[in-house]
Design a binder for this molecule. Structure first.
Ligand code: NAD
Length: 350
């Protein structure tokens, strides 16, 4: 693969390869932009089939982080680190220290954190070799589990989508189909139930479904059914690519708004098809930015009340994106991209 020719490379500031044979480190760090602040983004450990797959992943993810920070209005740029290894087999204290050393050599231009294949506890080991790490457990001075604030952002985003698409104030009596009852999904159900929403829930883990049924009076649905439940809102909070060629024609909810990353298998094509079907889609990286906003407590000195104010502002940001999309006759994902790009260019000029 020719890196400079790759569409995913476009506009990246820096891409760094790092290795430490003794610790088993083979990693790529991509810094998409530092225009708005240090490039933040988690460290993903995955047994990539080859180097090209790792490179494509890190370039796409780092650009996504830039866009997410720009739209959320937090003083961060976007970056990402991928480590080519099997997290179940290859993780060791030596590997974590080597990751920290590679991050440290960038002098703070890139700040790492938790991602697929790494945990908050891993961050405490990485911290032994660099200060440029976020998302540590609260016991180690970090801001703790981001999921409750991710869920809060998602909740206010659903309220905004319901107002825009259904002209209803609040979610009382609104039926929401929640896919995935993990850290974010359960917190989201709690907020929705307290606001009077009617819940239909699904998870591969039956004990999580039973818990939601008894705690929130939710109705259970099978995992293969949840996307086609007759609901007002489909809230994906499990996996990526849940809106794809097979599921999109079966969707019955007029709104798709949830916390999962990369919900559309093909952002452009499926974004346009959702719009054609008059299904309002809340762009994932806008609605799920609550956890990222929380990190500003650790790095840029925001206090908790300001963090909560900015998480709640996700609703207003989404409303502005929906209105802009309507006025341009474009899908909301395109309006969100344009907003992110304009903020990044503004910052580059100043
Ligand atoms: P999690 O691993 O705690 O929960 C995911 C849940 O989804 C699990 O309970 C799992 O059993 C369930 N699941 C998996 N496949 C399923 C299927 N086919 N049908 C129904 N349920 C299924 O993860 P999380 O932290 O709650 O994150 C959920 C999503 O939100 C992920 O896509 C994540 O990337 C994204 N996200 C999370 C945060 C955060 O703060 N945790 C922030 C931004 C984005």
């Amino acid at each position: 693969m020719s890196v400079f020719e790759s569409a995913d490379f476009a506009a990246h500031e820096q891409v760094v390869y790092a290795a430490d044979p003794e610790a088993g480190l083979r990693a790529i760090i991509a810094i998409h932009s530092t225009a708005l602040g240090p490039a933040i983004g988690g460290c993903r450990i995955r047994p990539y089939a080859d180097e090209t797959q790792a490179l494509i992943d890190v370039l796409r993810l780092s650009r996504g982080m830039s866009f997410k920070a720009a739209v959320a209005g937090v003083p961060f740029g976007g970056g990402k680190m991928v480590v080519i290894a099997d997290p179940r087999r290859d993780k060791s204290p030596a590997l974590m220290r080597a990751i920290g050393a590679a991050v440290d050599r960038l002098g703070g231009r890139y700040v790492t954190g938790e991602d697929v294949g790494t945990t908050a506890e891993d961050m405490t080991l990485i911290k032994l070799s660099t200060d440029h790490v976020m998302g540590l457990p609260e016991s180690s001075g970090g801001s703790g589990d981001p999921s409750p604030r991710t869920a809060l952002g998602c909740f206010v985003g659903i309220v905004a989508a319901v107002r825009h698409r259904l002209q209803r104030d609040g979610v009382s009596g609104v039926r929401v189909a929640v896919q995935g009852l993990g850290n974010v999904g359960r917190n989201l159900c709690q907020l929705l139930a307290a606001a009077g929403a009617e819940l239909v829930v699904s998870d591969l883990r039956s004990e999580l479904v039973e818990d939601a049924v008894s705690a929130f009076g939710a109705r259970p649905a099978a995992p293969e059914e949840i996307h086609r439940v007759a609901a007002d809102v489909f809230a994906p909070c499990a996996l990526g690519a849940v809106v794809n060629d097979a599921t999109l024609p079966e969707l019955r909810a007029p709104i798709v708004a949830g916390a999962a990353n990369n919900q559309l298998a093909d952002e452009i094509r499926h974004g346009a098809q959702l719009r054609d079907r008059n299904i309002l889609y809340a762009p994932d990286y806008v609605i799920n930015a609550g956890g990222m906003i929380q990190l500003a407590v650790e790095r840029s000195g925001l206090d908790w009340s300001e963090v909560d104010r900015r998480v709640r502002a996700i609703g207003e940001t989404l409303t502005a994106i929906f209105e802009q999309a309507d006025s341009e006759g474009a899908p909301p994902a395109v309006a969100a991209h344009n907003l992110a790009r304009s903020r990044l260019h503004l910052a580059l000029r100043t």
